[in-house]
Design a protein around this ligand. Structure first.
Ligand code: UD1
Length: 367
């Protein structure tokens, strides 16, 4: 069984479901959607585009405080797990649905596999960092996609034989969809010249819930004098702009509703650069070789800075003014794609699952 809940979960799980179905001895798989994200643009669109079909169980937990949302996932998932008793529960990423589902399964004695394990920002003010730490501690199988994840997990006492470097399943989705992205030509459809516009996404509470959002909007207004700025607005950000009475002034800023996967990736692929506070976009730009500027003080994905195209600007909206110049300088970037970001991660993950899940009492095997 896999549990997904929020937008970034879907593309990490879909290739795994497909890989399990392709096995010569196919694995019976059940998909649960918690409903943490529920708007058409934040949820259904991904299911139709990525070709997984409707989830088998919809828990419809919706929005709420962290405790309320996490608790609702736990209450509603428990009877599903009790009825289905899967041999393994897979959870991707670091959202509230991830930790909630892992905790329910662990208490029922159902083994947990964590996709995208071991990432650490070392910033416990981020809700995702708490979700990652806890999920990894109660997972039986830890599927990692970057080298530092192994070190992080070993430091936290995770037995080495549980850690599997399978690669990046989200990049599997990108590899599979790439021909369709190119065909789609979203930049052309938006009347944009390839390589001449900036894609912006901002949604993290530290940036958008408070006063920094006003500074970021003012800085983007100024950047838009130099290059078109395309900004699909996350519902959290839209709500905060409305609450704080913040509006863009420059006609160079194009505000869009949240986009589907194909349209967004097609726009990203044609962009001069991306300004973001997302985790996934740091990885997708590294794969695509597009300069990425991350408006955060830290990243749980340092491999995107070390090997890839990512530059940490800090949680500092005034640095947005530097982005056009940084894009010009980035033309000479010698970026590389991290190992295992190759379109075959889900197959490797399915290979591991086929070998079985180690019990908790199994003596650690040193490799
Ligand atoms: C969640 C994840 C975050 C991830 C992000 C991707 C947690 C703690 N956070 O943040 O890690 O990067 O998803 O989008 O799990 N809303 C809607 N429609 C929806 C969903 C949300 O309008 O379909 C609005 C609601 O006002 C809600 C707010 O967005 O209160 C926040 O939603 P929530 O799921 O709590 O967190 P995200 O900010 O989306």
């Amino acid at each position: 069984m896999s549990v997904v809940g929020a937008r970034p979960n879907f593309m990490k799980t879909v290739p795994v479901v497909a890989a399990l179905a392709r096995r010569s001895d196919p694995v019976r798989h059940t998909l649960v959607h918690t409903g943490q994200h529920y708007d058409e643009a934040m949820s259904e669109v991904f299911f139709s585009e990525l070709g997984v079909g409707a989830p088998d169980h919809l828990l419809q937990v919706g929005s709420g405080s962290h405790a309320a949302q996490t608790a609702r996932v736990m209450e509603r998932l428990e009877p599903v797990l009790q009825a289905e008793r899967p041999d393994l529960l897979l959870v991707p990423g670091d959202v509230n649905s991830t930790v909630a589902a892992a905790l329910v399964a662990a208490k029922l004695g159902i083994p947990v596999g964590h996709i995208e394990a071991g990432l650490r920002s070392f910033d416990r003010t981020m809700p995702e960092e708490v979700n990652r730490l806890l999920t990894d501690q109660i997972s039986n199988l830890l599927f990692i996609h970057s080298p530092e994840a192994r070190e992080n997990l070993l430091r936290e006492g995770v037995a080495e034989h549980r850690i599997h470097a399978v690669g990046n399943t989200m990049i599997d989705t990108l590899v599979a969809m790439r021909p369709r992205l190119e065909q789609l030509d979203a930049p052309g459809a938006h009347g944009l010249a390839r390589g001449e516009y900036l894609v912006v996404t901002l949604h993290r509470p530290a940036l958008v819930d408070g006063p920094l959002l006003r500074d970021a909007v003012a800085a983007l207004d100024r950047v838009a004098d130099e290059m078109p700025v395309l900004f699909p607005v996350h519902p959290r950000t839209a709500a905060s702009m409305q609450r704080q009475g913040i509006a863009f002034g420059s006609p160079g800023v194009r505000l869009l509703e949240p986009l589907g996967y194909l349209e967004f990736l097609s726009l990203l692929e044609g962009a001069a650069g991306a300004l973001t506070d997302s985790g996934g976009i740091q990885e997708e730009t590294t794969y695509l070789g597009i300069p990425c500027f991350t408006l955060r003080d830290n990243t749980e994905r340092p491999v995107t800075c070390e090997l890839g195209t990512n530059v940490l600007l800090g949680l500092a909206p005034e640095r947005i003014a530097d982005v056009p110049a940084l894009i010009s300088a980035a033309a000479t970037l010698d970026a590389r794609i991290p190992p295992g970001w190759d379109g075959a991660a889900a197959e490797r993950l399915a290979d591991v699952i086929e070998q079985g899940v180690p019990d908790w009492d199994q003596a650690p095997v040193r490799v």
